[in-house]
Design a binder for this molecule. Structure first.
Ligand code: MD5
Ligand code: FE
Length: 198
C-alpha cells in the first residue's frame, strides 16, 4: 500500500525463516566492539532505543567510520545489499544498515533522516513486536500524520517525496511478536541506506 507518494508499505514481506535469520544476524552485530548501545544526544538526553550500525556509524548528526569510542564500525555485508535490491530495485546500492532495538518502553520521537548525502530510498524491515509507526509530513513534526501498525516481517520503502518526511515510533505492543528468536521480546528495525559518502 502506498501510504503517501513514495512511501510503500508491504506487510509480511519477509518469511518467518528470513525473519529468524535476520534476528540471529542482529544478535551477532550487537556484540562489542561497536555493538548495540544507546545514543546520547547533544542536549545530554539518552535515546530509549538502542542501536548498532554497519558500514557507517551514525552519531548525531553525522556518519563516521568509527564509533564515539573509536571502534571501527562493522562492515556492511553483501547479502544485506542483495536483500535491499529485492526491496527497492536492481540499482539500489545501500552501504549503511542502522539496527534499532526497542524494549517495551522505547520510543522514537518525530525526526527526519537528513544525514545521508543521497536521495536514494530508505528500506525499513520490522522484526518482533508490533509498533505504531507515525508517518508525518515534510514541513514539521506536527500534524498531519498517519499512524500505521508495523508487524514483524513488514517492509517499508521511503523514497521520493517521503524520503524527508518526519516520522517516529510512538509505542510498541509487548508480547505481540512471533517466535523468531527474539528472546526477551522487543522490536528490531533494520534500515538500509545509501550514505552518498566516498
Ligand atoms: C524504526 N527508524 O522503526 C524507524 C523506521 C530511524 C528510524 O526512523 O531513523 O532509524 S525507518 C523510518 C523512515 C526512514 C526514512 C524516512 C522515513 C521513515 N519517512 O520518510 O517516513 O526504528
Ligand atoms: Fe528515521
Amino acid at each position: 500500500a502506498e501510504i503517501a507518494p513514495g512511501a510503500v508499505h508491504v506487510p509480511d514481506w519477509l518469511s518467518p525463516d528470513e525473519q529468524a535469520r535476520l534476528v540471529e544476524a542482529c544478535r551477532e552485530w550487537s556484540r562489542p566492539p561497536a555493538g548495540l548501545r544507546a545514543t546520547t544526544m547533544p542536549n545530554g538526553s539518552v535515546m530509549s532505543v538502542r542501536s548498532v550500525c554497519l558500514g557507517w556509524h551514525w552519531t548525531p548528526y553525522k556518519y563516521e567510520r568509527h564509533t564515539e569510542h573509536g571502534e571501527p564500525v562493522k562492515p556492511f555485508p553483501d547479502w544485506l545489499g542483495e536483500l535491499g535490491r529485492r526491496a527497492a530495485g536492481a540499482g539500489y546500492r545501500p552501504d549503511i544498515a542502522l539496527v534499532n532495538y526497542y524494549d517495551a518502553g522505547a520510543r522514537m520521537g518525530m525526526h527526519r533522516d537528513a544525514d545521508e548525502r543521497s536521495a536514494e530510498p530508505v528500506v525499513s524491515l520490522s522484526l518482533g513486536d508490533t509498533c505504531v509507526f507515525r508517518f508525518g509530513n515534510t514541513d514539521n513534526r506536527g500534524r498531519p500524520w498517519t499512524d500505521v501498525e508495523l508487524h514483524s516481517g513488514d517492509l517499508f520503502v521511503f523514497g521520493g517525496p517521503s524520503r524527508l518526511a518526519f516520522h517516529g515510533v510512538t509505542r510498541t505492543f509487548p508480547g505481540t511478536g512471533p517466535e523468531i528468536g527474539l528472546r526477551g521480546g522487543g522490536r528490531l528495525n533494520i534500515t538500509l541506506r545509501v550514505s552518498g559518502m566516498e
